[in-house]
Design a protein around this ligand. Structure first.
Ligand code: HEC
Ligand code: HEC
Length: 319
């Protein structure tokens, strides 16, 4: 008798049949469970990827809308906005993966800023709220501006998903926050209402230089705290008198300067930046890497030597 025939004529007892049925069902069940679990992992991985996409999209919103007041690294800009990347603001977080590859955010150190202002909700909700509706009243004299309203629900430029994305981007600073001493921290509630110290008065030449700055279109691209429009295409010039010294001491300046002798003083650097904007292209602008060839290259023809001297003198006084 062939094996084949044996199989066909095999008639197991009732118990064996029940047992076989039970065992196959168990196998089927465990296969299903396994597939289900594997799928859950895939879903979790997908959620993490989605977060990464959201943070990336948020970075774009941040550079277009927030960096001019909060700084390209979230370090804050004098007079315009506090740090958002400081450890004080975002605290410290870690990403942990559990056995199922589920990525969760673990708060290692909570935001002390939330404690300071007595906010009992989450950091996310605070950022969402401030960004969406703005801050209609000035809470301190430290800032030149009121917080803009960003949600299109209140007449601003951003959709809900863009506000969520930029919030995720800011919360993500918590993975690697700026030490508080490298960030411009906001005053505590109730502080910062004192009148500002009287600024050092400008000399008549510097005053004339300020007029040149306002008249020659620099404000379209640059911002100086308290002066003219808040251009965000070129670097913020509020502290250019001090920044210029940092620039000439930097490796980036020494290696990237082209076609011009290196400036030896801050004033020379400022003059060079105005006359030959492409000789050295600054790395970071408020909306991301600085574009080369955007700053007009004909100021030598547009400005008289006296106007140029006064302009440089004025900018160099901003420390
Ligand atoms: C025109 C300048 C300006 C722009 C643009 C701006 N902010 Fe602000 N932001 C401020 C100022 C000023 C404050 C402090 C306001 C206050 O406390 O009165 C602030 C505060 C905040 C705070 C609260 C910080 C804290 O420590 O309490 C958050 C969050 C914030 N901004 C998010 C954003 C986001 C997100 C964007 C971009 C979508 C943005 N801001 C764009 C000026 C600005
Ligand atoms: C159309 C936009 C635009 C205009 C107008 C413009 N700039 Fe600029 N400026 C830029 C950009 C972009 C940069 C950064 C890229 C570079 O270094 O060339 C820059 C760089 C600078 C720097 C160097 C800043 C730094 O942090 O090192 C100075 C100083 C400066 N501009 C002054 C001026 C002055 C003064 C005027 C008006 C006479 C002016 N700019 C007009 C776009 C502009």
């Amino acid at each position: 008798m062939s094996i084949f025939k044996k199989i066909i004529t095999f008639r197991p007892s009732f118990t064996v049949r029940i047992l076989t049925g039970l065992i196959s069902m168990l196998i089927l069940l465990s296969v299903c469970t396994f597939i289900g679990l594997a799928d859950q992992t895939r879903l979790n991985v997908r959620a993490a990827e989605f977060d990464a996409r959201s943070i990336e999209a948020g970075a774009k919103v941040y550079f277009e809308q927030c960096a001019r007041c909060h700084g390209v690294k979230g370090e804050g800009v004098e007079g315009l906005g506090p740090a958002l990347a400081s450890e004080q603001f975002v605290g410290r977080i870690e990403l942990v993966r559990d056995g199922m590859q589920l990525q969760t955010v673990k708060v290692v150190k909570p935001s002390t800023r939330m404690e300071q202002i007595g906010w009992t909700g989450t950091l996310q909700d605070y950022i969402l709220g401030v960004t969406a509706s703005g801050i209609p009243v000035k809470t301190s004299n430290v800032w030149d501006v009121n917080h803009p309203t960003f949600s299109e629900r209140f007449g601003g430029p951003l959709r809900d998903d863009q506000i969520r994305n930029v919030t995720n981007f800011i919360v993500n600073y918590g993975l690697n926050p700026l030490p508080d001493d490298q960030a411009l921290l906001p005053p505590a509630p109730g502080e910062g209402m004192a009148p500002r110290p009287t600024p050092v008065p400008l000399t008549p030449q510097q005053e004339a230089g300020r007029e040149v700055y306002l008249a020659k279109g620099c404000t379209a691209c640059h911002a100086i705290r308290g002066v003219g429009a808040q251009g965000a295409i070129g670097p913020n010039l509020t502290r250019i008198g001090a920044v210029s010294e940092e620039r000439i001491a930097s490796d980036s300046y020494k290696t990237n300067l082209k076609d011009q002798p290196p400036a030896t003083t801050g004033a020379e650097y400022i003059r060079q930046s105005i006359l030959h904007p492409n000789a050295y292209v600054v790395a970071q602008c408020p909306q991301g890497p600085c574009p080369a060839g955007v700053m007009p290259q004909n100021y030598e023809q547009q400005l008289t030597p006296e106007e140029l001297d006064n302009l440089v003198d004025y900018l160099n006084s901003l420390k």
